[in-house]
Design a protein around this ligand. Structure first.
Ligand code: DLL
Length: 448
């Protein structure tokens, strides 16, 4: 891997200096990037073929020889990998290294089935730290910052992923993890944190608790928020920026591919740069599995290019987004993921209209007299799915106003998204607050 050289160059349109953690890698011309990707792809395919029986079997079946893959068209002959493959080969069956070569394990929570276990060699951990440092710097963090890390420590990749990245950047990290919100706030103020890492829903919960305690977080030293691990809307971004007084940056990642730092926004806040020297991104129509045109929505499919312990070939993330390779104001050449709308599994079909919770969120957040906390309750009524939106009145709003608030919300959801919903206005504090990834949907439909 190339040496990292932190550098301040050029001036972005926003007026601030663009700053790179690894200028060579981050601003590489796209042709050079493509050449590097194919060189690394062949090594990855060889690693997967030689060391993971499942990948070898699938490549043999599809007649793909690792050394013959030279273009994206060739790559498309390689079969997809799914989350279920990891489950079926639980715990270590997809590792390309014996356990003796694995420095660390993480695991997903497994709420929808058996947990999936992922592993890293020492080099994988170093690469992850590097990409996370690159992400933090793109977000506006610098060596010398005090980074308050509220992502959960433990099997979840958020805590340790951000932690190692912050150290690699040269920052001072406060390894807080989630929970104990009042203590978090006291420490942010007392230790002079300048960067906050958290899920966006937890950042909002922190802002709320601070306000209840009469603490103005906007007067803290916080400057940057690096928020991810769950979908959030631009309305939510505006709300958090206003209440915490930070520039709120979106960061993306998933355990199966690495953890946080697969992609991150720069200070231009116009899409997340996917680090293409380490990952190959495709966008496919989830139904036809064919490529979608640039700018259209599709499912993100990722191939790792440098992972040793757990090479992933064409992993179906189920995350729905759009991509652009248009140049960015910051000078980075890596493509941009234009915000993850949601997971295909979370898509609701309400009388034929496809809708993601985050679309409903963007209508709710900022509406008068309600707080930005919400939950969607999905039920089956006859043969149709039905959504009740639970919103929460702001403190001090008279209960007599609830019916008109409900009508106002339902009308806006109908006109902006096109679905008919019931709206229930709850008392302040009644909607559960997030400590990590928020639960946005309560699905009461019978299990198929
Ligand atoms: O959530 C890793 C992470 C930690 C990312 C901290 C960012 C910050 P998993 O628990 O494996 O890993 O969950 C991955 O979360 O497939 C998306 O559906 C969702 N997700 C992650 N980041 C974003 C984001 C971590 N910025 C799954 N926007 C992914 C929307 C996101 N969804």
């Amino acid at each position: 891997m190339g040496a990292s050289n932190t550098s301040e160059i050029g001036v972005s349109k926003g007026g601030g200096a663009a700053s790179y953690f690894d200028q060579h890698a981050e601003t590489m011309p796209r042709e050079a990037l493509a050449a590097l990707q194919f060189e690394r792809l062949r090594k990855t395919l060889r690693n997967a073929y030689d060391n993971v029986p499942l990948h070898r079997r699938r490549m043999d079946q599809s007649g793909v020889i690792p050394e013959e893959v030279r273009t994206l068209e060739d790559l498309r002959r390689i079969p997809f990998t799914y989350k279920n493959d990891l489950r079926d080969h639980y715990p270590f069956g997809m590792f390309a290294r014996p356990l003796a070569g694995i420095a660390r394990l993480h695991a997903s929570s497994g709420t929808t089935g058996k947990a999936t276990v992922v592993g890293y060699t020492r080099d994988d951990i170093a690469t992850w730290a590097e990409l996370m440092a690159r992400s933090l710097q793109a977000a506006g963090a610098r060596a010398g910052d005090v980074i308050h890390n509220s992502y959960g420590y433990g099997l979840f990749t958020g805590g340790l992923g951000a932690h190692y990245g912050a150290e690699r950047l040269g920052a001072t990290v406060v390894p807080m993890s989630g929970g104990s919100t009042e203590r978090q706030i006291a420490l942010i103020m007392d230790l002079g944190a300048t960067v906050l890492c958290a899920t966006p829903s937890y950042a909002l919960a922190m802002a709320e608790v601070a306000e209840q305690q009469g603490i103005d977080m906007r007067k803290s030293q916080l400057r940057v928020g690096v928020f991810g691990a769950e979908p959030w809307s631009s309305a939510m971004r505006a709300e958090i920026e206003q209440r915490l007084g930070v520039r709120a940056i979106d960061i993306y990642g998933l355990s199966e591919i690495m953890g946080p730092g697969v992609a991150c926004e720069c200070v231009a806040q116009s899409g997340l740069h996917g680090w293409e020297d380490h990952f190959l991104f495709e966008l496919l129509d989830p139904e036809t599995q064919g490529p979608v045109s640039e700018g259209d929505a599709g499912e993100l499919v990722i191939t790792t290019l440098t992972k040793q312990a757990l090479p992933m070939l064409r992993y179906r993330t189920r995350d729905i987004t759009r991509l652009t390779t248009a140049p960015c104001d910051c000078g980075r050449t890596h493509l941009r993921i234009l915000r993850i709308t949601g997971r295909s599994d979370d898509m609701l079909i309400i009388r034929g209209v496809n809708v993601y919770p985050s679309q409903i969120e963007s209508v709710l957040v900022g509406r008068p007299m309600i707080s930005p906390h919400y939950q969607l309750v999905v039920e089956r009524r006859g043969t149709l799915d039905h959504v009740t939106i639970e919103v929460e009145a702001l403190v001090g709003v008279d209960a007599e106003a609830f019916p008109s608030i409900a009508r106002d919300v339902a009308r806006h959801v109908k006109s902006l998204i096109g679905i008919t919903t019931d709206v229930e206005v709850k008392l302040p504090g009644e909607i559960p607050r997030s400590q990590g990834k928020a639960v946005r949907v309560r699905d009461l439909r019978p299990k198929e």
